[in-house]
Ligand binder design. Structure first.
Ligand code: SAM
Length: 277
């Protein structure tokens, strides 16, 4: 396969996976009320308990049920009234709706996603939330359908690890940010060296279809795209124990690989800035 064919195959697999996830949310008549969100059940160590009730109260239940991120970028990013925010891979729209409330009616929150079913769900959630300063765009994060220098803050929640062309994503993020604009995303990061086969199994457990970046690689790619003031702050470090059942199914003994893996896979908050001239 050529590298373009590999990228296309990754994109199709991701689209299919998240299209089905959106349809599952639409099919589930989940009418809970404000509470701590746990999208794949309270036991899910990656997506559970990312948002607290004070933040999500008043948002549609379907937006919370579709939350498939691994962090909470809106809690960590500083958003000010009047700013323009773009969420890369917005899914059911939870972070876009939260951002829209923070930037207020003089600001705007865009969500960008390539999966039709997720966009339909997100637009439905926008209607239910009655937020006018929101727009969901169809497109790929490798080719952002916005002009240069249009956005104050880029957020994203567990999406860049799904891209088969992370350099391109970071270049595009840099292009659409205004000078001085902030990059503030949650993503899965690997800290230190892990043997390739073990790394792949753990990444599949986390759901990193295209592979997570090693922390140093992430920093280097951000710097190569032009970003400055790069920071990587771990928010949740995964335990081998959490992946035990998944690894056993793949024929991997969790205890045997623990020394190579423990403490190395994490969700992190990644911050950077587009330098002002
Ligand atoms: C892990 S989910 C995260 C959704 C959302 N950020 C959240 O926190 O719930 C990934 C989302 O990113 C979208 N996505 C993945 N790769 C993409 C790409 N290359 N371009 C646009 N959207 C993408 C998927 O369709 C899916 O909705």
């Amino acid at each position: 396969m050529s590298s373009d064919e590999i990228k296309d195959a990754i994109r199709d697999k991701v689209k299919d996976k998240y299209g089905q996830a959106a349809l599952r949310v639409i099919a589930t008549d989940d009418t809970g009320c404000c509470g701590t969100v746990s999208s794949r059940g309270s036991a899910d160590p990656i997506t559970s308990d990312l948002y607290d009730a004070t933040q999500t109260c008043g948002l549609p239940q379907e937006a919370m049920a579709a939350s498939l991120g691994c962090g909470n970028p809106t809690a960590l990013a500083q958003l000010a009234p009047g700013e323009i925010v773009l969420d890369l891979g917005s899914g059911g729209g939870i972070d876009v709706l939260l951002s829209a409330r923070r930037v207020g009616p003089t600001g705007k929150a865009y969500g960008l996603d390539m999966t039709d079913e997720m966009l339909a769900l997100a637009r439905e959630n926008q209607k239910k939330a009655a937020l006018a300063n929101v727009e969901f765009l169809k497109g790929e994060i490798e080719a952002i359908p916005l002009p240069d220098g249009h956005v104050d803050v880029i957020i994203s929640n567990c999406v860049i690890n799904l891209s088969g062309d992370k350099d391109r994503v970071l270049e595009e993020a840099f292009r659409v940010l205004k000078p001085g604009g902030r990059f503030a995303v949650s993503d899965v990061v690997v800290r230190g060296a892990v043997p390739a086969s073990i790394r792949r199994s753990v990444e599949l457990w986390i759901g990193c279809v295209a592979g997570a970046l090693e922390e140093r690689e992430y920093r280097d790619k951000l710097a190569a795209a032009g970003f400055a003031a790069i920071e990587v702050e771990p928010t949740r470090v995964y335990k081998v124990d959490d992946a035990r059942a998944f690894l056993a199914k793949a024929g991997i003994d969790a205890d045997a690989i623990a020394p190579e893996v423990e403490g190395k896979f994490m969700s992190a908050f990644i911050r950077a800035r587009k330098p002002a001239p």
